[in-house]
Design a protein around this ligand. Sequence first.
Ligand code: GUN
Ligand code: FE
Length: 455
Amino acid sequence: MKKYTKVFQGTAFSSKSPKEVEILKDYLFCINEEGMIEKTVAPGTDEYQTLLNSYEGNENFHRLAEGQYFLPGFVDLHVHAPQWAQSGTALDIPLYDWLNTYTFPIESKFSNLDFAKNVYEDVVNTLLANGTTTALYFATVHKEASLLLAQICAEKGQRGLVGKVVMDNPDQNPEYYRDADTETALADTEEFILAVKQLAKSVKQGVYPVVTPRFIPSCTNDALKGLGELAAKHDTYIQSHCSESDWEHGYVQDRFDKNDAFALHDFGLLREKSVMAHCNFLNDDDAELFAETGTAVCHCPISNAYFANSVIPIAHLHSKGVEIGLGSDISGGFSPSLFDNARQAVMSSRMLEDGVNTALPAEERGVPNSRITINEAFYLATAGGGEGLSLPIGRLAENYVWDAQIIDTSLPSAKLPIYEENEALHDIFQKIMYLSRPENIREVWVQGEKVHSRI
Ligand code: GUN
Ligand code: FE
């Protein structure tokens, strides 16, 4: 019989499609040396019994206790790691003022590697404790501190995709916090890419460099063009903010006489490995361009409620074939939890559909067919993010990576309201999605290794 490095037994929830959650009741998950799920086995088969006979009782056999369930690890497609230092503050002012008054000053402090280490260790630990096994990070303009973030992800076992942020436009960025000039910005980015690729050679779960123009206003045309070329040359991921706020969207219209999507495309910045945050103002042409180029949207529902005053039409974008994942946007979004963001995604979509302007007659409020279900929000936080990154993550299924959270619904200190024997598993899934707190996340695994435990 094939030798597996680990075998897990228990009930799991995993997205089958954006709308459907598959319930794998009491399955066996057989993990190989690479940390991949090589085989899933349903109960009641001969193979199941044979596997149980040979693995049960071994130290590499893990059976869930009563009240515990597997979920895939979350994929956070948009986190500003340095902004963890200001999470929860200053959310009452517009984006432009927030950036200049609060965010650029705090990010400028990451020239100090001791400060950077404190914040980056905390944010990676916090995200892991919230079930986030893969994170797509913006760091700061500083090459060394950005590399430190990639090293910390590597050490702590998180799959980190990290970008050194490019901000070379002297008209839009303060002198104390920007790249020295365009040439330096591009040279630092290339050195950063090579250094992370070197680091990645010894990291089981993977770390990846990400070409990161902060957003169009912060970059010169030469930088945007150079970054598109670097991404193609080194076949890297690309991330940026796209059509986020009225102010930013209007700025790009004034500068290029087109929407962000087409402007970014002109510079080679929309491709299969691109993830664009927010995208509140995509029109249908923009959405089609995203679908054609394989560019994914990162939905940041908490942040959008504050900075964009907007609810992105997720259901409409899905109908256009655009890939969509979920992002916390720390600290534009205050919560490090994708559970919280999934809940907000559902609530925001309901407000969009049912209307919020009660001064209007009911039939004139809102946008029909906008609502998404908790199943769809779960998909965004898991499989949708994995598809956006073109990685085999976000599902508990064969040929996916074993990135998993063990949710404990029966802890005395954080008990979920499950009372009936044999309660329907889909109801338990919904209770987990709506009510879990970090206390309920008992263990977190990445690429077959345990990276967080509450016990
Ligand atoms: N646009 C440019 N920079 C930022 C940022 O740090 N956060 C958000 N939400 N939007 C941005
Ligand atoms: Fe952001």
